[in-house]
Design a protein around this ligand. Structure first.
Ligand code: 5GP
Length: 196
């Protein structure tokens, strides 16, 4: 998506550890007008799918997913990061490894808000190694809901998550796919659409 690519080139900062900092428009300050354009693009890309729920993960996914939920006119649920899993049998729970691999964290979704009636679109800000998405897919599988697709704002195409998700046959629509980024020069190269 040209608008998002242009914004990344203008405002993103490359940090050590293959981290792209986008906190001026996505992760801290949020450009909601940009989110709305992103949401419309996902709506177009998933037009053939019957979607009745959006699922994301706290915290950075929530802003994007909430704006998308308005465009899709469906409820949005976010998986909560829990300090300790409450074994009350009311929640679906799994563990996710953080992108930095420094820690594992528990995530939960209430059984009330994800059921076998649901046709889910997963949305998140970044896709890197795919750990967050694998966790969300696991929660959906536990609930018996159907995964209709995954929308990502920024995929780092040089990390393994994207190819692993596509190999599962899931429709994955990343609005910007970074082929390479160089912390020394600041250069960011995007994947061309036909190569996706
Ligand atoms: P994964 O689980 O795919 O390895 O990483 C995805 C999660 O890690 C995202 O939800 C995001 O919070 C975080 N993340 C991964 N890479 C980056 C990055 O380059 N920049 C930022 N800001 N967050 C990232």
């Amino acid at each position: 998506m040209k608008l998002l690519e242009e914004r990344i080139l203008k405002d993103a900062v490359i940090r050590p550890g293959n981290v792209l900092k986008v906190d001026s428009f996505l992760n801290h300050q949020m450009d909601v007008m940009l989110f709305e354009e992103m949401a419309k693009e996902w709506k177009r890309l998933f037009a053939a799918k019957h979607i009745n729920k959006i699922l994301t993960i706290e915290a950075s996914g929530i802003g994007i997913a909430a704006i998308a939920a308005r465009v899709f006119e469906v409820p949005v649920v976010f998986a909560k990061k829990a300090k300790s899993i409450n074994l009350d049998n009311n929640n679906y729970c799994t563990k996710i490894q953080s992108y930095t691999h420094v820690n594992m964290y528990d995530v939960i979704v209430s059984k009330k808000f994800l059921t076998r009636e649901d046709h889910v679109l997963i949305l998140d800000d970044f896709l890197a190694n795919g750990c967050a998405l694998m966790g969300l897919l696991e929660l959906i599988e536990m609930s018996g809901a159907a995964v209709e697709g995954i929308g990502i704002a920024i995929e780092k195409g040089f990390q393994k998550g994207g190819s692993e998700i596509r190999a599962k046959g899931i429709q994955l629509e990343s609005l910007a796919i970074i082929e390479s980024m160089n912390a020394d020069t600041g250069e960011i190269v995007f994947r061309k659409e036909k190569e996706v």
